[in-house]
Design a protein around this ligand. Structure first.
Ligand code: HEC
Length: 176
């Protein structure tokens, strides 16, 4: 066999060997991979795992009832709480927190914070209502830090402290 023929035979043998290693299980695109597609649900966390740096996990406002408010009601906190309230809560609860916001017309009526029933709630329960929603109120935690939600609690308390006490109606539209 000439040198050239030997080289060709070797090349053919190599090509065959390489070809045998490649079957269709090797995908060349990135579609078939264990990633999430757009709009898929988030990947479930493995059972009994806890995300790094995660705080305690709460399901609803009953879980947060005993939380202590870590944010003192300073002027700065009240100012932050009021600004967020006007932007996010006033459409339902009214600009002063006494109900009658424009969205309330199309929604179960948002209660007046001056009601005796809401005055009796713990800070933790109000923080939980803001974070996880109530019976009719949708959760409001999206885009708000933990501290901003405590600022809101401080603002709700400020409204209550500066309003006359109102006996909650016996069967208000949506108050528990
Ligand atoms: C889409 C309308 C809507 C928005 C927005 C809304 N709420 Fe409410 N909220 C309600 C309704 C309705 C209730 C009464 C029924 C319930 O508990 O879900 C309520 C109840 C409450 C209560 C009383 C909870 C209780 O049972 O004692 C508090 C406090 C409160 N909201 C605070 C807030 C704050 C603070 C925001 C803004 C971050 C906010 N809400 C945004 C509709 C709304």
């Amino acid at each position: 066999m000439s040198e050239r023929a030997a080289m060709l035979a070797l090349a053919a043998a190599l090509a065959l060997a390489a070809g045998a290693g490649c079957d269709n299980a090797w995908r060349t695109d990135m579609w078939y991979q264990p990633s999430r597609r757009p709009e898929d649900l988030p990947r479930p966390e493995p059972e009994r795992s806890v995300p790094l740096g995660a705080g305690p996990r709460f399901e609803n406002r009953d879980d947060t009832e005993d939380l202590k408010n870590p944010v003192p009601p300073t002027d700065a906190s009240l100012a932050r709480g009021k600004a967020i309230f006007v932007a996010r809560c006033a459409p339902c609860h009214g600009p002063e927190g006494h109900g009658g916001g424009p969205v309330s017309k199309f929604f179960p009526e948002a209660p007046d914070f001056a009601y005796t029933t809401i005055r009796k709630r713990s800070d933790g329960f109000i923080w939980g209502t803001i974070s996880y929603g109530g019976k009719a109120m949708p959760a409001q935690r999206e885009g708000l830090t933990t501290q901003e939600r405590w600022d809101l609690v401080n603002h709700v308390r400020h409204i209550q402290a500066t309003s006359p006490v109102i006996e909650a109606p016996a069967q208000p539209a949506a108050t528990p």
